[in-house]
Design a protein around this ligand. Structure first.
Ligand code: CA
Length: 468
């Protein structure tokens, strides 16, 4: 139909038939976020022996995003990017000195930041969080102070608060017992269990998520389910012990997969599937230093803590039956895009008094328009290491592994990621014009940064933390 005819038809239709998008019931939104899950750790992303039937089905019914990024290659800054739609350098939640928040950290997410749940509450959403927060554990920084009506979970990583009962060094991770870590489990601001029995954590998170869905099935809701797994030390409940061909790590992923199945089943059973968008992703790449207790980045180079693809490209699935057009999506996307996307879906204005680093990708989810994202910035701490524009990625600096020495590349490395996703062949010499163009993008980006108070370096005691 040509546009003139369409226009005439719209004019002739009675007003009641034309519902403006903002008048429709906004969709429920569920974000399922894993900790240190690698790009290659799911069946539908190519793992040969980890069985993930629920995630595979979710991907088959929905969209598998193969070029989807996080805002940083470690926990705290990655989560800051997700919650605010802004690179963590804008909120002070990244640092080269202390790369994540620790139990002796004094900082956290500043009140001046506007989070996804704070925005969705404006549209009448119930907001619930289940799982790991890691944006500040002191009272002013906890989830309910930043938009969540309720929270059940842990304030930081499950390897923090290590106590003296367990073996020293790596041994504690090879045969982990939950008593080796004194991690507190919260219900809202109250600590209800310490140490957290981590063996049942994935199971309990799933149950809590289903309870939240049940309690809010008659109103729009936002659920942020941030699994503590598969961050080491690994734990799984009895039915998953020795179940996976991949071993302990596979058991843990298979339990997460079952939990995803449980959440999707709850959505289906309550008749909400056509009005609920579910996004599954991970906060950063696999922790390769932990050998087979850590995950795999598949064909991507390196892992957690690095600005190679394995550190920051994460396996992402978008599921929304009847709305998200099924298929593989190779457009660029990022967790930074979720805040503006959710604002668009909920009919709320995204903040316009600050720089947002995300863009609304709902057009691509609906299959109506390409993703507006063309650029990815890769920070390690507060230093810009690399930039992607279209298929091209330039590395100004790099580290082959998380804790390895930094190399500053006098002539930057250049990779064509669509042809060379493993970042094997440096083509800098062939394409000096691309390097100049990407340098200008980096300069223009850096010019938008403003100094802010750093949240990562302040401590409440000088006691040295022993874990990341
Ligand atoms: Ca992580």
């Amino acid at each position: 139909m040509n546009r003139v005819l369409l226009f005439l038809l719209i004019l002739l239709l009675p007003q009641a038939v034309i519902a403006a998008p903002s008048e429709a019931t906004p969709p429920n939104i569920i974000v399922i976020f894993c900790d240190d899950l690698g790009y290659g750790d799911l069946g539908c992303f190519g793992h040969p022996t980890i069985a993930t039937p629920h995630l595979d089905q979710m991907a088959a019914e929905g969209q598998k995003w193969t070029q989807f990024y996080v805002a940083a290659p470690v926990c705290t800054p990655s989560r800051a990017g997700l919650m605010t739609g802004r690179l963590p350098i804008r909120s002070g939640l990244c640092s080269a000195k202390r790369r994540v928040l620790f139990p002796n950290s004094a900082g956290g997410i500043p009140d001046s930041e506007i989070t996804i749940p704070e925005l969705l509450k404006k549209a009448g959403y119930a907001t619930g969080m289940v799982g790991k927060w890691h944006l500040g554990h002191l009272p002013g920084y906890l989830p309910h102070r930043h938009g969540f009506d309720q929270w059940f979970g842990v304030p930081y990583s499950n390897d923090m608060d290590r106590n003296k009962k367990g073996p020293k060094g790596w041994e504690a991770f090879l045969e982990p017992k939950f008593e080796y870590w004194d991690v507190p489990l919260h219900r809202d601001d109250e600590v209800i269990e310490r140490p957290t029995d981590q063996r049942t954590l994935t199971q309990r998170y799933g149950d809590e998520a289903v309870r939240f869905i049940d309690a809010h099935k008659d109103e729009p809701f936002f659920l942020y389910l941030a699994h503590s797994m598969p961050h080491v030390p690994l734990f799984r409940s009895d039915p998953f012990v020795d179940r996976s061909e991949r071993g302990f790590y596979g058991d843990v992923i298979e339990e997460i997969d079952a939990s995803v199945g449980k959440v999707l089943e709850a959505v289906r059973e309550r008749g909400l599937s056509e009005n609920t968008i579910v996004i599954f992703s991970s906060d950063n790449g696999p922790w390769l230093e932990y050998g087979d207790m850590g995950g795999s980045a598949g064909l991507l180079r390196a892992g957690k803590g690095t600005t190679f693809e394995g550190g920051m490209r994460v396996p992402t699935i978008v599921w929304w039956p009847g709305t998200a057009t099924p298929g593989v999506v190779t457009d660029l996307g990022a967790t930074l895009d979720l805040l503006p996307t959710f604002c668009a879906l909920a009919g709320v204005d995204a903040p316009d008094d600050r720089v947002l680093d995300g863009a609304d990708i709902s057009g691509r989810i609906r299959g109506e328009a390409p993703s507006p994202r063309d650029t990815v910035f890769y920070y390690r701490g507060d230093i810009l290491y690399a930039v992607r524009s279209g298929p091209w990625k330039i590395h100004f600096r790099s580290r082959p592994r998380s804790g390895a020495k930094e190399t500053i590349h006098e002539t930057p490395l250049l990779y064509q990621l669509e042809r060379d996703p493993s970042e094997k062949k440096d083509v800098a010499k062939k394409h000096p014009e691309v390097i100049e163009r990407l340098k200008k993008i980096a300069e223009a980006h850096t010019a938008t940064l403003e100094p802010v108070e750093n949240q990562m370096v302040r401590v409440i005691s000088k006691k040295k933390p022993n874990q990341q």
